[in-house]
Design a protein around this ligand. Structure first.
Ligand code: NAD
Length: 303
């Protein structure tokens, strides 16, 4: 059994794979080289650099499994793989804690004005009065999408003594109840009542621009909103207007309608904290992703 590790993954995953396979690690393999050699492998492990389009999969005559050591599978033609009987696996649970922690970072940075105070302090100003913040205690967290990440954000916000309400039409009410979360049947009620709104839904036709002008109008003028899910769920033009007009107080984004986001007009505003799609970037998440997908490969071959 021969496995190709085509993108850099944590060493522990490679170590585990070596127990059952001859492992070739070639993290700079070109698309042309891959096309030429893909037929030799029983398993391929990628992250996001290596693309596996239909033309590569077509030539993968021995391949049984493609493993993506990460969340999405956008770089793999899953239909082509399925048609050829190749299993595609990923590790969506590997980043949940990491993304939840990053969300907490954005929330705290925004509510206590840490990012902007950092800039000012390092510029030699001492603007104590400019950075009056608010406590999270007794505030209401509004979670849109109570899946793996949303529920971890709830756990963390409970430790800050926040109340939690949520909108997730696919979540069984008893699950929310067990987590101490009040589940609402419509998103508008959550947007109206929450002090801190955090988005953790997938980007779908249903969720795209689901937070736009009308929704910002419903929010408190002291509300803060965060998106560590996918760009495009929040309508950025509407967010810009809401932040400038004072319709809401602040925001935090890790994801953008266009990435890499370079000339985004939101970057001109002081009441938004921005990070460059790094919510999932921790050593622990990468290690877990590598271990999880290596285990999937091992299970397939060892049973
Ligand atoms: P998940 O599938 O566990 O949870 C998503 C939840 O959203 C589910 O409970 C689902 O029922 C709910 N949902 C679906 N459609 C909805 C709708 N229209 N309204 C309300 N709820 C809805 O996913 P997850 O692992 O928690 O990930 C959540 C998001 O975070 C995804 O968009 C994912 O792509 C993103 N993500 C971002 C990063 C990053 O680097 N910033 C990393 C990992 C995941």
């Amino acid at each position: 059994m021969k496995a190709l590790v085509a993108d850099a993954i944590n060493e522990k995953g490679i170590e585990n794979l070596k127990e059952i396979a001859e492992v070739v690690v070639d993290t700079s393999i070109s698309p042309e080289e891959l096309l030429e050699t893909v037929g030799e492998y029983d398993a391929i492990i990628v992250r996001s650099r290596t693309k596996l389009p239909a033309e590569v999969i077509e030539k993968a005559d021995k391949l049984k499994i493609i493993a993506r050591a990460g969340v999405g599978v956008d770089n793999i033609d899953v239909n082509a793989a399925t048609q050829k009987g190749i299993m595609v696996v990923n590790a969506p649970e590997s980043t949940s804690i990491t993304v939840a922690e990053h969300t907490m970072g954005l929330i705290l940075s925004t509510i206590r004005k840490i990012a902007i105070a950092d800039k000012s302090t390092k510029a030699g100003k001492w603007e104590k009065k400019a950075f009056m913040g608010m406590e999270l205690r007794n505030k209401t967290l509004g979670v849109i999408g109570m899946g793996r990440i949303g529920s971890q954000v709830v756990n963390r916000c409970k430790a800050f003594e926040m109340d939690a309400i949520a909108y997730d039409p696919y979540l069984p009410p008893e699950v929310a109840k067990n987590m101490g979360v009040e589940l609402y049947e419509n998103i508008e009620d959550v947007l109206t009542r929450a002090d801190v709104i955090t988005i953790h839904v997938p980007l779908t036709p249903e969720t795209e621009h689901s937070i736009s002008t009308e929704q910002f109008k419903l929010m408190k003028d002291t509300a803060l909103i965060f998106n560590c899910a996918r760009g495009g769920i929040i309508d950025e033009d509407a967010l810009y207007d809401a932040l400038v007009s004072g319709e809401i107080l602040g925001a935090g984004l890790d994801v953008y309608e266009e990435e890499p986001a370079k000339d985004n007009k939101l970057f001109q505003l002081d009441n938004i904290v921005c990070t460059p799609h790094i919510a999932a970037s921790t050593k622990e998440a990468q290690r877990d992703a590598a271990i999880i997908v290596a285990n999937e490969v091992i299970t397939l071959f060892k049973g």
